[in-house]
Design a protein around this ligand. Structure first.
Ligand code: BEZ
Ligand code: FE
Length: 291
């Protein structure tokens, strides 16, 4: 007969932590034991009721049920609105190396999107034309030819292709490469601010907390170059009304860019066959070496 007094909260916590003591993988053991300790501490501190715990379980169940195999990942969304994604991002990039800052990945990336030529237009539906251009370099300032920029953004209706079935395959998505000088150029439309999906449990959470669901306008990037660490980031429109209140805490000042208006008569419009008034943003990326 076990004579430990299980009515003591501390004893319950100690026993639960101990039950993971034989986890073979040392890191996994550390993560599990620390997690259980913090979870128990939280429940004791807030004096969690059974009804509240049941509500939390129902919330997490609904979060899982909202996920699908294609574009909807409600758990990433949950992590994002809790600020956890950005905290993990900050921990992952503690190195202090001088490189372009990263930000949240988000749930709308799709792999295998079309390879696009230098300055090819990835907007398959007309909109407010934009040109984004600059260099990709290493931390010493050397250009990185052949770097890949995997890019995605919403259409002017605030939805991503894949999420919005009315958009053609690959709309506002694509993989660009830097040229021999390490330059890239992307033709697109000026990004717009948009609300993250609110038709699931994360939307209910925002509503219950009086929080808005908006993200400031941005263009997503995932950059890869041999010998360099992958960079996942965005470029944010500097003048966006939500720039200081991103629903997922992703904005970093170094990632803000200004879209400057240019006329159709601008030499760049001719060079890139734009044919209308457009906006231009420039940004140079710096990648961190892996070794
Ligand atoms: C996005 O920018 O695509 C995104 C990021 C976090 C949550 C929802 C959307
Ligand atoms: Fe986005």
């Amino acid at each position: 007969m076990n004579n430990l007094d299980l009515s003591s909260e501390r004893e319950i916590t100690a026993r639960a932590i101990n039950s993971f003591a034989h986890t073979h993988d040392a890191r996994l053991r550390f993560l599990l034991q620390t997690l259980v300790g913090h979870l128990h501490q939280f429940a004791s501190e807030v004096e969690l009721s059974e009804a509240e715990w049941l509500q939390a379980i129902q919330f997490l169940t609904a979060t899982g049920q909202k996920c699908d195999d294609v574009v909807r990942q409600e758990f990433i969304l949950l992590s994002d609105v809790l600020g956890l994604s950005m905290l993990v991002d900050a921990i992952e990039h503690r190195s202090g190396v001088e490189a372009t800052q990263s930000t949240v990945f988000g749930p709308f990336y799709i792999a295998g999107m079309p390879e696009r030529k230098y300055a090819e237009n990835m907007a398959l539906i007309p909109g407010s034309a934009s040109l984004i251009t600059g260099y990709v370099r290493d931390a010493a300032g050397n250009p990185l030819p052949g770097a890949i920029l995997d890019v995605w953004q919403t259409a002017e209706n605030g939805q991503y292709s894949g999420q919005d079935v009315a958009q053609p395959h690959g709309n506002l998505r694509g993989r660009y490469r830097t040229d021999e000088q390490g330059r890239y150029a992307i033709r697109s439309v000026v990004p717009v601010s948009y609300p993250i999906p609110t038709d699931g449990p994360v939307g209910d959470l925002l509503q219950a907390s009086g929080r808005h669901p908006w993200r400031p306008a941005h263009l997503h990037f995932m950059l890869d170059a041999p010998g360099h660490r992958r960079l996942v980031t965005h470029l944010f429109n500097d003048d966006d009304p939500y720039i200081d209140s991103d629903a997922v805490f992703g904005v970093k000042d170094s990632l803000r860019v200004v879209y400057e208006p240019r006329f159709a008569s601008d030499p760049l419009a001719e060079q890139f066959d734009i044919g209308t008034d457009f906006h231009i943003a420039t940004f140079d990326f710096v990648l961190e070496a892996t070794a």
